[in-house]
Design a protein around this ligand. Structure first.
Ligand code: SFD
Ligand code: AMP
Length: 622
């Protein structure tokens, strides 16, 4: 087997991930660490300039509260999030982010991010909470500030984190490997912040053939946060609250700007607007069916009902929206100019963040001012920062959290010294790029305080590190050992390649846990069967094989996804009701139940291998 060098790094705070939350954490941690003479280290599996969900850029900042201008209050935001999530949200966490997020947005602007302004110099809003940006370089700008704050000596790029290191019930660091060099990394730390994003490709995607891998959320966010927190024995929340966005079909272009900025309608093939024709259905989901805006999952649901009745395709009526907006301009010449402006804004919306949608439009002769475009519900994603809620169960801030939600350090998980932010932390939805950055800052400040107050370096058991090293590098060894056993290296009786493994996982999730092909519908017997098949898959994960470092990363990405899948199945099964019908539908419990207005949490005990399911009360602070 190829030789692997072991590289050991000792630090105070270890930030795992280099995305929006991690970049926020880096900036804040650097400031407080300097004051306290502490060291901060950041590890990203990719290059920070273009890593994570914001890699391609974004066209809007989706969370801006506008507190200084008196536009909204923190309570307004909390109400919005609670309603959108059908009552299941941690108000203390949402409020904590909402009160800090504007400051983060102002920093982005100071660092050079162009935010649209009107003729009076005020921010141009997409909707009540969203600001329009020229965001193709958003991630580069945010990463630059993080890199300047920490210094490149403290940043490890292209290092894939696999497991936590533990000292009893306290986190002691993390291990991983370089995806470019034969190096195994051991990071020893007093506190660890996990910000390794959400999980994509746990479910079978709609994309096939040459489009395979195309998804709305980035395929390189593969469940590392969930795996890391579960293996540290920390409690997780909302693992059932997947997110299914509606997107322009096949290239996953965003819809927010069309619905909110361009005031577009979506209609079925008969020209009926499901938000109107299906309004009565909302009565079934009161009180949340009656709130404004209609919760994201219920908007999906009304659309899905049309699709299930054979009334598709569903269209975003871009031609109608553009005509309506240009009609508002009375003068013919000005109207033509306005039309041109709207056209270019429509294209820019995609070119800023989902370039392939612009390519698909071009390739299928679509001029948005002339004809409508198909939209569809995507496959499910695990993302705590948008309109889903999955992630770690973390402590709230002392001044806002009720005693049940406070255990000493803001954003600390139930594992001592382990913090989480962004997609990695749960029940604090609608934080998006800006709120994730703000939450990273909040978590990092608390984590530095943890390092100061728990100044001893935790013990790391060398035998355990050696065991992990062997386990993590095993797929390379297995391939070397058996590669001559078959003429096609992808098919071999002694091992399974990560791509085949991923297909198996996705098929199980799609068919049994409510994926695209079963119209997001499942039931207890289906979930039990899925779990049984997942157990076989887990057995086979011991035989994953990797031809090179890239495939070694693919192996571990898929192990991480498999654990996200199990947490999801177990939690959907635990919650005996349907609460988010447009995200998943329990055919055996088709209604929302009052006594299920609670958090469904779960926990894995790495010592006993047992899962525990826990109901936690929803405490209102506003
Ligand atoms: O409208 C490891 N998002 C949008 N947010 C907005 O504010 N405005 C928009 O316009 C948004 N839209 C949007 C968005 C995302 C995407 C993909 C599209 C469109 C096409 C959402 C935000 O991007 C999102 O909320 C935040 O980025 C979440 O931040 P964070 O930090 O939780 O996740 P990340 O940025 O993806 O970073 C993850 C990092 O982890 C690294 N990583 N590192 C080491 N080891 C491992 N094993 C790792 N696994 C992952 C990654 O490399 C990355 O650095 S709209 O359409 O919704
Ligand atoms: P999206 O492009 O779907 O990610 O949406 C961007 C932002 O607009 C998010 O904050 C969404 O919650 C919000 N949004 C999208 N569509 C609607 C809608 N029809 N009504 C209200 N808010 C929406």
């Amino acid at each position: 087997m190829a030789q692997f060098e072991t590289v050991e790094v000792t630090t105070d705070l270890l930030i795992c991930g280099g995305g929006m939350a991690a970049c926020g954490a880096a900036v804040e941690a650097a400031y407080w660490a300097k004051k306290n003479g502490l060291k901060v280290t950041l590890v990203d599996k990719a290059a920070m300039d273009r890593s994570g969900a914001v890699a391609m850029g974004l066209s809007a900042i989706n969370q801006y509260v506008g507190l200084k201008d008196g536009d909204n209050t923190v309570k307004d935001y909390v109400d919005y999030v609670r309603n959108d999530l059908m009552g299941v949200t941690r108000e203390d966490l949402v409020a904590s982010i909402a009160r800090h997020v504007d400051g983060t947005v102002h920093l982005f602007e100071k660092w050079g991010l162009p935010i649209w302004k009107d003729e009076n110099g005020a921010y141009v809003h997409e909707g009540r909470w969203q600001l329009m940006i020229n965001g193709e370089s958003y991630k580069i700008i945010v990463a630059e500030a993080a890199k300047n704050a920490l210094g490149m000596d403290n940043i490890y790029e292209r290092v894939f984190i696999t497991h936590p290191l533990m000292d009893g019930d306290r986190v002691a660091g993390a291990v991983g490997f370089s995806v470019r060099e034969n190096k195994f990394y051991v990071f020893k730390a007093k506190a660890v912040l996990t910000a390794m994003g959400g999980a994509v490709h746990v479910f079978k995607p709609r994309s096939v053939g040459e489009g395979l891998g195309r998804s709305w959320y980035p395929p390189f966010n593969s469940g590392a946060s969930t795996y890391f927190t579960l293996q540290a024995g920390a409690e997780m929340t909302c693992q059932e609250v997947r997110f299914i966005p509606v997107r322009f079909k096949d290239a996953y272009g965003p819809v927010g700007a069309w619905f909110l900025l361009f005031k577009s309608r979506a209609t079925n093939a008969l020209g009926e607007a499901y938000m109107q024709t299906r309004r009565d259905e909302l009565e079934k989901w009161v009180p949340y069916g009656k709130v404004k805006p209609v919760p994201a999952n219920l908007r999906n649901w009304l659309m899905m009902l049309d699709v299930m009745e054979g009334k598709g395709p569903i269209y975003m009526r871009t031609e109608e929206a553009i005509e309506n907006l240009s009609k508002e301009v009375p003068d013919e010449k000005a109207r033509k100019k306005k039309l041109k402006e709207l056209e270019s804004e429509a294209w820019e919306d995609f070119l800023d963040m989902t370039i392939s949608q612009a390519i698909l439009w071009a390739g299928s002769n679509i001029a948005p001012e002339e004809k409508p475009s198909e939209i569809a519900a995507c496959e499910p994603y695990f993302i705590g920062s948008h309109s889903g809620a999955s992630g770690a169960w973390v402590s709230g801030p002392e001044d806002l959290a009720p005693p049940e939600y406070f255990w000493g350090y803001e954003n600390m998980t139930t594992c001592k010294g382990l913090f989480a932010a962004g997609d990695a932390s749960g029940a604090s939805s609608h934080k998006f790029s800006s709120g994730s950055h703000a939450e990273g800052r909040i978590a990092a400040k608390a984590a530095i305080r943890f390092c100061v107050e728990n100044a001893d370096q935790p013990n790391v058991d060398n035998a355990n590190v050696e065991e992990l090293r062997n386990k993590i590098l095993k797929p390379i060894e297995l391939f070397e050992q058996h590669k001559a056993g078959s003429s096609d290296p992808d098919i071999n009786p002694n091992y399974i390649k990560p791509k085949m493994f991923m297909f198996r996982l996705q098929k199980i999730m799609d068919e049994y846990a409510g994926g695209v092909s079963v119209n997001f519908t499942t039931s207890k017997p289906q979930l039990e069967k899925g779990l049984e098949l997942l157990n076989f898959l887990r057995e086979d994960s011991e035989n994953l094989a990797a031809e090179d470092l890239h495939e070694l990363m693919r192996c571990w990405e898929n192990v991480h996804r498999m654990w996200q899948a199990e947490a999801h199945i177990r939690t959907i099964m635990f919650r005996e009701e349907t609460r988010w019908p447009g995200y998943y539908y329990r055919a055996d419990y088709p209604e929302m139940k009052e006594d299920w207005e609670v958090f469904a949490n779960c926990k894995y005990d790495p010592n006993s291998g047992q899962w525990e399911m826990i109901k936690r009360e929803i405490k209102h602070i506003m």
